[in-house]
Design a protein around this ligand. Structure first.
Ligand code: ASP
Ligand code: MG
Length: 442
């Protein structure tokens, strides 16, 4: 069995829902996770905002604006009068339910209930479409199996047990539909897995049931080897390891959030990223295999601050690094890249909220230089200590680029360099050509 997750744009229009139905029409056993129709969750956030501020009229107007277009949606989604009537009844019921929140006390609990409406609506509409088309599918209520504990962590054993029980109740079907994003918390209240959480639902289901594969369907053709907005010749990476994916995700590559990958990684269930617009493409598969390929991908993170800290004492002082890091710890500022020399250390931070305080304190025992608007370029691949020629290829590619810091050897999967933000496009392109397209001369 596989689990397939379709995001908001994949179900964002009636014709997109038709395409999703076609994509899942084979006889393989599967669980299909859907997001809310695109734009709906944002609108629900806005509605909750207005209602929690006590602005009933604005809240009601926002509910109208969200719900009215759904009648057209239903009209185009179905072709028979029976299905259209059922679809209209679904919208009527949710419309009435949403309006019932106006004028009542509205707190955190109600907000979460309102936010859950998007996925409840999209899955009901889709299930009704499948029924109209003669599919034998069953709608599994996520609120009956998706659960988080007191720390808001999903409870995998509970999910496994409940989901298996629900599936057993429908022995005659091979197709299950369920809601992404929504869950119940440890108090049994309606809750959610945070914005964008439908991916997480998908990976949690795949991991809990130890399924064959987790498929995340979006509108891009997998994970690219470099940023296609900046670099011309990019291509989808056919295969990458969980560790490589984790490095890339941190650097903001358009890929699953690190939290979403974790359950799949832990239970070694492959995650495949696929494109609803080009379903025949292979996309990208993330799995536990390590590849012998050297370079996998390049990603970049902007608005980085570099800090050079030089000991005012002297050579061979011990305890210097401890003192330095204590300052960052005190101001809850995570440090990303680090390079050291005998008398100085350079490091980077992403969050410069407390930068002034950090600097003042460091200046009590060190000289400090700060460079803003830096970019970390992260090269991901397999860089085991036994490999040769890797550094040469990177350095050759960077021939004409001023480099501020280099970090190599921190992990087998990551080499990071720090450059001035202005040089980002040039750097990404140079590395792309040098690492992925140049002939290797050793
Ligand atoms: N509908 C939710 C959101 O927009 C969850 C998701 O789409 O992943 O955040
Ligand atoms: Mg998403």
């Amino acid at each position: 069995m596989k689990v397939l997750k379709f995001g908001g744009t994949s179900v964002g229009k009636p014709e997109r829902m038709h395409s999703v139905a076609k994509l899942i029409s084979d006889k393989d056993q599967k669980i299909v996770v859907l997001s809310a129709v695109s734009g709906t969750t944002n609108a629900l956030v806005d509605i909750s905002d207005k209602l929690s501020k006590g602005d009933q009229n604005a809240g009601l107007a926002a509910i109208d604006a969200l719900m009215k277009p759904y009648y057209d949606f239903v009209d185009q989604l179905y072709s028979t009068d029976t299905a259209k009537a059922k679809g209209k009844a679904i919208i009527d019921a949710h419309y009435t339910h949403l309006k019932s929140y106006a004028g009542k006390a509205f707190s955190e609990k109600e907000t979460k209930e309102v936010l859950a409406e998007g996925e409840l609506i999209s899955t009901k509409l889709f299930q009704e479409y499948l029924v109209e088309q003669g599919y034998n599918s069953v709608l599994l209520p996520a609120l009956e199996f998706m659960k988080t504990d007191a720390d808001s962590e999903p409870v995998l054993t509970y999910i496994e047990e409940k989901l298996n029980a629900l599936i057993k109740q429908a022995p005659d079907t091979h197709l299950f539909i369920t809601q992404g994003y929504i869950c119940r918390n440890h108090q049994g209240e309606v809750d959610n897995l945070k914005r964008g959480g439908s991916d997480y639902t998908g990976t949690l289901i795949g991991a809990a049931l130890r399924l064959e594969e987790i498929q995340i369907w979006t509108d891009i053709d997998g994970m690219h080897n470099n940023d296609p907005r900046i670099v011309k010749r990019t291509f989808p990476i056919p295969e990458l390891s969980f560790d490589e994916a984790a490095e890339l995700a941190y650097f903001g590559a358009k890929i699953l959030h690190p939290t979403c990958i974790r359950p799949a990684h832990e239970r070694k269930v492959p995650v495949r990223l696929l494109n609803t617009m080009q379903p025949e493409q292979k996309g990208t598969v993330i799995n536990s295999k390590t590849s012998d390929r050297e370079f996998t991908a390049i990603a970049a993170k902007d608005s980085i601050t570099a800090i050079k800290i030089k000991s005012t004492r002297m050579l061979l002082a011990y305890g210097f690094l401890r003192k330095v890091f204590e300052v960052f710890e005190k101001y809850k500022t995570p440090v990303d890249m680090i390079t050291t020399s005998e008398v100085a250390v350079s490091l980077t931070i992403d969050d410069d909220k407390n930068l002034d305080k950090v600097i003042n304190e460091l200046r009590e025992f060190a000289s400090v230089e700060v460079d803003k608007n830096q970019t970390i370029v992260c090269i991901v691949g397999s860089f085991g200590a036994d490999k040769t020629g890797i550094v040469k290829r990177i350095f050759d590619s960077l021939q004409s680029i001023p480099v501020r810091m280099i970090s190599y050897g921190g992990s087998e999967n990551n080499i990071s360099i720090l450059i001035q933000g202005d040089h980002k496009a040039e750097t990404l392109n140079a590395l792309n050509e040098g690492l992925f397209f140049a002939e290797v001369v050793r």
